[in-house]
Ligand binder design. Structure first.
Ligand SMILES: Cc1cc2nc3c(=O)[nH]c(=O)nc-3n(C[C@H](O)[C@H](O)[C@H](O)COP(=O)(O)OP(=O)(O)OC[C@H]3O[C@@H](n4cnc5c(N)ncnc54)[C@H](O)[C@@H]3O)c2cc1C
Length: 355
């Protein structure tokens, strides 16, 4: 008989796992303590499908496969998938070497003819175009996956906090859902859920990021930009999203509403790349705390020490969700291995703790 599975978390990863399990015939229940899907990191992130600057090679290949899975799921067109490509350059001399490595790894990468209409490109040095990449409306994508999962027989319970994990899950309101398998897709809360199952902790400390959503005149960008000081992407008509590792490094230790000086710093950096953004209106700016595995790589698959317990956690969860969903469903329902995904086994943290 098809296994009964509880997926804890209705973010983009939990939704993808739920969808693929339901398609394979599992009896699957997705539960989330929030009052809506995608309420965790999924609705707060930058949401590009990218393999840019992903190391080591196995992780780059995983992200490339994630992008391909998005394209396959979206088919000819899907409202959440925007295959715009990424234009990238840096201010360090190693960039040409990095582009050569990308090409060697089989990544489609082109030299970008920087004609500089609305973007200020560097005076010298290569500018690359990665045509297969894109950005995703992560909330719409998550909702779509859950709708499709429910159409395949899955159930979704919101306002349903998991407070125990054993032979299924117990919820804060006293209900129980019996299951053969529990998948921890709890994102930044994965250690809390894992502890309920008797699993070891594996997350690193929270990483803080400032994300700004802008209203702009027209559509100044046709693709994702990765500039040295800032990343910028389109977000639908008249909208743009910004973030910057360099700004994030200086953020004070609190999430929520950012100090205006950091928002201004982010905007200034963006306006040096796309001058028209200097007059944009900030629609929303927030500081997000998110946690991932302490080695910053995914933890996906079963944990040998806890029978029936699986993890699906990643720092590039938007890119990887559909791939993880497909691989975990194949593993849980039909016992099929996945050479790309299985490298990132949750067992590696167990081994590190006992050695
Ligand atoms: C600034 C920033 C930029 C990013 N940019 C990108 C990018 O460009 N590309 C990319 O691929 N990724 C990016 N990411 C990462 C990506 O957003 C996340 O990896 C992804 O959203 C994680 O999805 P998730 O489903 O694992 O977690 P979440 O969306 O956090 O979902 C976890 C869910 O679990 C639920 N939950 C937790 N505990 C319980 C419990 N006890 N009971 C029931 N439910 C529970 C929560 O309510 C939550 O809804 C970015 C992240 C940030 C912060």
């Amino acid at each position: 008989m098809a296994p009964a599975v509880v997926v804890v978390g209705a973010g983009v990863i939990g939704a993808a796992v739920t969808y693929h399990l339901a398609r394979r015939g599992a009896r699957v229940h997705c539960v989330d303590r929030a009052d809506r899907p995608a309420a965790g990191t999924t609705e707060a992130g930058f949401a590009t499908a990218t393999a840019y600057r992903r190391f080591p090679k196995a992780y780059f290949e995983l992200n490339q496969a994630g992008i391909a899975e998005h394209a396959a799921l979206a088919g000819d067109s899907a409202p959440w998938w925007h295959r715009t490509g990424t234009v990238a350059w840096t201010d360090d001399e190693s960039f040409a070497g990095y582009l050569a490595q990308l090409a060697e790894w089989g990544c489609p990468v082109e030299r970008y003819a920087a004609d500089g209409t609305s973007v200020v490109f560097p005076a010298s040095g290569p500018v690359a175009f990665l045509p297969s990449e894109g950005w995703i409306d992560a909330v719409a994508f998550t909702r779509h996956l859950l709708d499709r999962a429910v159409a395949h027989g899955a159930t979704l319970a919101l306002n349903a906090e998991v407070t125990s994990v054993s032979g299924g899950v117990g919820l804060a309101d006293g209900r129980r859902i019996e299951a053969d398998v529990v998948v921890n897709a709890g994102g930044s809360a994965a250690d809390e859920i894992g502890a309920l199952a008797g699993a070891r902790p594996f997350l690193g400390p929270p990483r803080r990021s400032l994300i700004a959503h802008l209203l702009v005149d027209g559509d100044p960008l046709s693709c994702i930009l990765r500039a040295p000081e800032v990343s910028i992407r389109p977000d639908g008509p008249g909208r743009v999203v910004l973030r910057s590792d360099r700004v994030d490094r200086g953020l004070p230790p609190r999430s929520g509403t950012p100090d205006p000086e950091f928002v201004k710093d982010l905007l200034d950096r963006a306006a040096r790349v796309v001058p028209s953004l200097g007059t944009a209106t900030v629609r929303k700016a927030s500081v997000v705390d998110a946690r991932c595995a302490r080695d910053e790589l995914p933890s996906v698959g079963s944990l040998s020490a806890v029978p029936g317990y699986y993890e699906a956690v990643a720092s590039a969860g938007v890119t990887l969700a559909p791939l993880f969903g497909k691989a975990l469903a194949a593993r849980i329902v039909d016992g099929e291995p996945d050479a790309l995904v299985d490298v990132f086994t949750p067992d590696r943290f167990e081994a590190a703790e006992t050695s």
